[in-house]
Design a protein around this ligand. Structure first.
Ligand code: F6P
Length: 523
């Protein structure tokens, strides 16, 4: 298969038709009227996908909007682009890499001629080794604290998921996530740790990231200082690496490494060795359920007809809001405390993937790409920023996540929680016109509801894969490379130039503001 030649989306007839549709009816679309005139609207715009029920009916779309968006997908060769990813084409063109996080959850296949059979075999060998080690740690009563040192994709995914699946956490072990180079994080954690009962997981795809390396070296110095001459012999048991850079890990003095490959992007790496803290926390059978849930969503994305393909529908909705309504942010509101890191996880997934201003050939794009992703769990968000969502001057689509079943067993809470999420979505849509001035709610504010039966490993896996493929969809329409992240490089380079200047005080060649601030910051 060759990479599909993509036509720029804003030059397609479908884009022009969408623009026309927006001008004619889209900009005046009214959700209340839409429900009043179509008794089937909920059924038409909601669907069950693997482990996730989605209600899209409170969005500013009608059947013709979706039909035109699907036409746009077709004219932008979305399915060919998707198939190229699943076939192992090097769709990460700026780094000449394949994009194969889907292989991490693909069952071991009996057919050696399937695409990427060699890589799939490597995935399963690595998985077996990692799970065997996870079970060994779970069975080791001496280890009470597992400290993951990593940042970005080497932190956000496992941190989010360990918290989300807290109910399955093995008894007797605590999990900590250290990401920031700010020593207040590691420093305060170390005060409560004992070296002989602590396992440090140094998680870094590249094993060069400054924050992670600084924290890893400080952790090792602490370990050595605590244990004195005996530390060297114990180091291999207490420091493990999760990385593609086995040599750098060995140079650090680590002998146990769980590897992965350059065709797994950092923000797509939770289900690789980067997920080891989660595997230790929930154990191998729950881990396999997570993979199965994600695989079910992969298959849905790969095979479901476009009009009933949930990641495709969500990704196209994102394009509709971003490029036609001009909405520049999306609020993520999980109504489940254990999903507290879900907004942060999605921030990296979407903004690092699609926060790009050029197409795959490096040509500047004349239209908007990634929105700002932000949010907080409900109901806390209701008492902070929902005021603006209901009555502010800009319209921000909200993506709610609700879970039907609870596991805390406290009577009355869950009904209240669910009534709040229903009420917020309903109030955003209906508004309130029986009062004027400060009490008036304009309504017609869009939202999506993602509903899980349980917050269990399979549902979480499916939810993650859903988001990955939805980001793929909008990125493919925009014609950008969703799998590189050059935008994080410049700051890194400048930080390494500035660090010694904080000691020497040399401000040669710096701009006036940086020079002035640096002089004030020096100690
Ligand atoms: O923030 C940039 C980035 O490269 C992310 O893409 C990545 O997830 C993170 O840094 C951490 O990188 P590594 O896993 O190589 O330490």
């Amino acid at each position: 298969m060759v990479l599909p030649v993509s036509v720029r989306c804003d030059r397609t007839p479908a884009w022009a038709a969408l623009r026309e549709h927006f001008n004619q009816t889209g900009r005046h679309f009214d959700l209340r009227q839409a429900f009043a005139s179509d008794a089937q609207r909920f059924d038409r715009f909601s669907q069950q996908a693997p482990h996730v029920f989605a209600d899209l009916s409170k969005n500013l779309i009608d059947a013709s909007t979706e039909a035109l968006l699907l036409e746009l997908a077709s004219q932008c060769s979305l399915s060919a682009q998707r198939d190229a990813m699943f076939a192992g084409e090097p769709i990460n063109v700026t780094e000449q890499r394949q994009v194969m996080h889907h292989l991490l959850r693909q069952p071991r296949s009996a057919t050696p001629d399937q695409p990427c059979a060699r890589e799939l075999a490597a995935v399963h060998d690595a998985l077996e080794a990692m799970l065997a080690y996870a079970e060994q740690v779970r069975a080791d009563p001496v280890i009470t604290d597992v400290v993951n040192i990593g940042i970005g994709g080497s932190d956000l995914g496992p941190c989010m998921a360990v918290r989300a699946l807290e109910g399955l956490r093995i008894a007797g072990k605590r999990f900590h996530f250290i990401s920031n180079v700010d020593g207040h994080e590691l420093g305060s954690l170390l005060l409560g740790l004992r070296p002989r009962s602590t396992l440090f997981l140094i998680a870094s795809k590249t094993f060069t990231t400054a924050e992670t390396m600084t924290n890893a070296h400080s952790a090792r110095r602490w370990f050595e200082a605590q244990l004195g001459p005996g530390a060297l012999a114990l180091l291999p048991k207490h420091f493990v690496a999760l990385t593609t850079n086995v040599e750098a890990a060995a140079q650090f003095g680590i002998t146990t490494t769980f590897g992965f490959w350059d065709w797994i992007g950092g923000r797509y790496s939770l289900m690789s060795a980067i997920g080891l803290p989660l595997a230790i926390s929930i154990g191998q059978s729950a881990w396999r359920e997570l993979l199965a849930g994600a695989h079910a969503m992969d298959e849905h994305f790969r095979t479901a007809p476009m009009e009933r393909n949930l990641p495709v529908r969500l990704g196209l909705l994102d394009v509709w809001y971003r490029n036609f309504h001009g909405m520049d942010s999306r609020c993520i509101a999980p109504y489940h405390s254990l999903l507290s890191r879900w907004p942060a996880y999605l921030q990296q997934l979407e903004m690092e993937s699609n926060g790009k201003r050029v197409d795959r050939q490096g040509q500047a794009l004349p239209f908007e790409t990634s929105p700002v992703i932000w949010g907080e769990p409900g109901t806390n968000g209701q008492h902070a920023f929902f005021q603006m969502l209901h009555q502010g001057t800009c319209i921000i689509p909200v993506e709610f996540v609700a879970v039907r079943q609870e596991t805390h067993g406290l009577g009355g809470h869950h009904e209240k929680l669910l009534s709040h999420v229903l009420a917020q979505a309903r109030a955003l849509m209906l508004g309130r016109s029986d009062a004027g001035g400060h009490r008036h709610f304009p309504g017609n504010r869009p939202s999506t509801m993602l509903l899980l039966e349980w917050l269990d490993p399979a549902s979480l896996g499916a939810l993650i894969a859903l988001q990955e493929h939805r980001v793929f969809t909008s990125g493919a329409i925009w014609g950008i490379n969703s799998f590189d992240q050059w935008g994080v490089e410049l700051g890194k380079v400048m930080a390494s130039d500035l660090e010694p200047r904080l000691t020497t005080g040399n401000v040669d060649g710096l701009d006036g503001s940086t020079a002035g601030l640096l002089a004030r910051m020096r100690r």
